[in-house]
Design a protein around this ligand. Structure first.
Ligand code: G3P
Ligand code: CA
Length: 319
């Protein structure tokens, strides 16, 4: 109640289990999402890409060489390819070259084994889940834990998939409809880095949307129309007012909401948080990890995306 009072909202800040409890289990596996929920996350966060046969699955990007054991499957050796992914040449194996049945023969692996060596004991154990399996898990855990576990899907490289005839948006809308989740009452946020994609979803979804922004200078619009603005424009006071016409919140990189002191420690919040709140937007920054969980007390964000489940409580207590 005290926290709610401070924020002028019913509950908060929300904790988003980023890619599940990805500090402890290979990201985007049912095991990772389940651990996040059991550790107290309010939401689990699947990134979504498409298979060749048009099924939404949870992966951070279409290329799966770094997060599955695909390289150990000789039958898929010839699928290794180099292609343009939003202006970047990427070599590897792409989900859009695999049917769901083929993808299901692979097993997830730890993305950053050098940093998270202990997690590699889980390599080879878990499948790549479909969005439907993530929703089923969330429903089962909600019943078991006696609280509604939310879901916070992100569409990854939506224009790339649209060009392949594997658009993510209609499949996501169908899945939310089919599961009774396309309603403002459902515990759902949908997020994307791509503005045009999010605006399209705004026309079809009744759940709150979150405009992700990046601290890097990377482009965010890959459609033919091409939006000349940068992320810096989007997080300006004026840009945020425009975001508020189609989204309920903004999901900035943590480096866009906090400054660092001379020693590199996180210090004061930037103007973004106050500007976003003035525009009526929630602020859900990403990603808080073991090494940077010490947040400025006056950050005033409405949620955090975090990799480590056991830091969630600590993060909450800090507000
Ligand atoms: O919650 C926001 C966050 O998921 C966006 O970054 O790259 O981890 O998907 P990323
Ligand atoms: Ca994400």
């Amino acid at each position: 109640p005290e926290v709610a009072q401070r924020h002028g909202q019913e509950a908060g800040p929300l904790v988003i289990g980023h890619r599940g409890a990805s500090g402890y289990r290979p990201e985007h596996t049912l095991a990772s999402y389940e651990l996040a929920a059991r550790m107290g996350a309010d939401y689990i966060e699947p990134d979504l890409v498409s298979t060749k046969d048009g099924v939404l699955v949870a992966r951070h990007e279409p290329e799966i060489g770094g997060t599955t054991d695909v390289a150990e499957h000789p039958e898929f050796a010839s699928r290794k390819t180099t292609r343009d992914l939003d202006g970047v040449r990427v070599t590897g194996w792409f989900t859009d070259d695999f049917t769901l049945a083929e993808l299901k023969t692979l097993r997830a692996t730890e993305r950053i084994p050098d940093l998270r060596q202990e997690n590699t004991i889980h390599n080879g154990r878990y499948e790549v889940p479909t969005l439907q399996e993530v929703i089923d898990l969330k429903n089962r855990l909600s019943r078991e834990l006696g609280r509604d576990i939310g879901i916070y899907p992100e569409t990854k490289h939506p224009t790339y998939f649209q060009r392949l005839g594997l658009a993510l948006e209609p499949k996501l809308v169908q899945a939310l409809n089919r599961n009774g989740l396309n309603t403002p009452k459902a515990k759902v946020f949908v997020q994307s880095f791509e503005v045009a994609n999010l605006k399209q979803l705004h026309r079809e979804l009744r759940v709150p949307l979150v405009q992700l922004t990046s601290a890097s200078g990377r482009p965010y619009d890959f459609t033919a129309a091409g939006d000349p603005r940068t992320y810096a424009d989007i997080v300006s006071a004026r840009g945020l007012k425009e975001v508020a016409t189609y989204a309920a919140g903004v999901g900035p990189d943590k480096n866009q909401v906090i400054t660092r002191d001379a020693a590199g420690n996180l210090a004061a919040p930037t103007a973004l948080v106050a500007d976003a709140h003035a525009a009526g937007l929630k602020v859900h920054p990403y990603t808080f990890r073991a090494e940077n969980s010490f947040l400025p007390k006056d950050l005033r964000s409405d949620a955090v995306a975090a990799d480590y489940g056991d830091l969630f409580g600590e993060l909450r207590a800090f507000w």
